[in-house]
Design a protein around this ligand. Structure first.
Ligand code: SF4
Ligand code: SF4
Length: 342
């Protein structure tokens, strides 16, 4: 099937190495030393960008991308000069010391970084002190880099408390101008990524198309491409859309539009698929999910549920294909209109 859908974001998992080793890390990152080849990385990213000129933003993530040291600044600088927007995702460990936080932020600014996302919360703070996040985020905000802190928790109430505590700590810091520029958001954390919920409910989820699939493509440290940057992409074979990086990428990307399941995910999301199947199979119970990627993992890995999708998907063909055509036109228009810097 032909759609004019194009990716706009490339997430590059630089390495799976991380100094934190949080419980529930989606890639089980730890301090293992993994070699990183800057030239090879740049070459592969260039190939991806060549195939997808609509990509405007590159996200450097991991693992902990700041473990790359100067090579991270080289990456940012290289692609900033090429006219791309850049973002880093970090646990903020480099903010333990205020002066280190300040000069790191200055180096990031010089390299041309546009955005930085910090993650802290219930599980991260067991490994990286919250003070590190305070120091590093204030330093990047001072350098006028768009700064966002994601506060994770396994439990919504607990997440609210951690967020309030973080805001209170900011209140005690005498740098209002910088603090005002920092955005804080909550995010749910799944402690055990292998866990498939076993408590079943008859319930309705709110259907919402997944605007990540097809839009954000992920480049892994071994240079394979994935269809989205969801939580479980390493464990879901169907999301590996290109076996290697070469000039054929665009074809491999577009071949995905023949996969109706992916179209359905884009248009109605995993919850929408679950809702439809529940409507058909009265009395069917599904687990309680904390995150839509967890629901996605469930409907892909659960053999019984997959059989139900196979049984009913044809009824949805026309509806989903028509809506996908509309969505892809709108997304294409958005690509022309919207920038990414906040
Ligand atoms: S900081 Fe992030 S990448 Fe590192 S272990 Fe924790 S969740 Fe994983
Ligand atoms: S819901 Fe599924 S398709 Fe969407 S980001 Fe998560 S894993 Fe990827």
């Amino acid at each position: 099937m032909d759609f004019e859908y194009k990716p706009s974001v490339l997430a590059f998992i630089t390495t799976y190495s991380c100094n934190a080793g949080c419980e529930g890390c989606c890639f089980r990152c730890n301090n293992e030393k993994i070699e990183f080849d800057l030239e090879k990385s740049i070459k592969n990213i260039e190939l991806v960008l060549h195939s997808f000129p609509t990509i405007k933003l590159i996200v450097f993530t991991g693992g902990e991308c700041f473990l790359l040291g100067n090579k991270l600044y080289d990456l940012i600088s290289y692609f900033s000069k090429e006219g791309l927007l850049t973002r880093c995702v970090t646990n903020g460990f480099w903010g333990r010391d205020k002066s280190r936080a300040a000069y790191t932020a200055q180096d990031l600014k010089r390299a041309g970084l546009n955005e930085i996302n910090f993650t802290t919360g219930e599980f991260h703070s067991k490994k990286i002190p919250v003070e590190s996040i305070l120091n590093s985020s204030i330093s990047t905000a001072k350098e006028k880099i768009n700064t966002l802190i994601a506060v994770e928790s396994n439990d919504e109430t607990q997440g609210n408390l951690i967020q309030l505590d973080l805001i209170k700590r900011f209140d005690n810091i005498n740098d209002l101008e910088s603090i005002k520029k920092i955005k804080i958001m909550k995010t749910l954390w799944i402690k055990d990524k292998d866990y498939l919920p076993s408590t079943f409910y008859e319930r309705q989820y709110e259907s919402k198309g997944c605007d990540n699939i097809f839009t954000t493509i992920t480049l892994t440290p071994d240079f394979k491409l994935r269809s989205c940057c969801g939580l479980f992409i390493d464990n879901i074979k169907i999301f590996e859309f290109s076996p290697k990086i070469d000039n054929n990428l665009k074809n491999f990307y577009e071949l995905q539009f023949n996969d109706f399941f992916k179209l359905w995910l884009r248009v109605e999301g995993p919850y929408g698929i679950i809702n439809y199947i529940i409507e058909k199979e009265k009395g069917l119970k599904v687990p309680f999910f904390l995150h839509q990627c967890q629901a996605c993992y469930y409907i892909i890995k659960n053999t019984e549920f997959r059989k139900l999708i196979e049984k009913y998907y044809k009824e949805k063909l026309d509806d989903i294909v028509i809506r996908m055509a509309v969505i892809s036109r709108v997304e294409l228009k958005n690509l022309e209109l919207v920038g990414y810097s906040i």
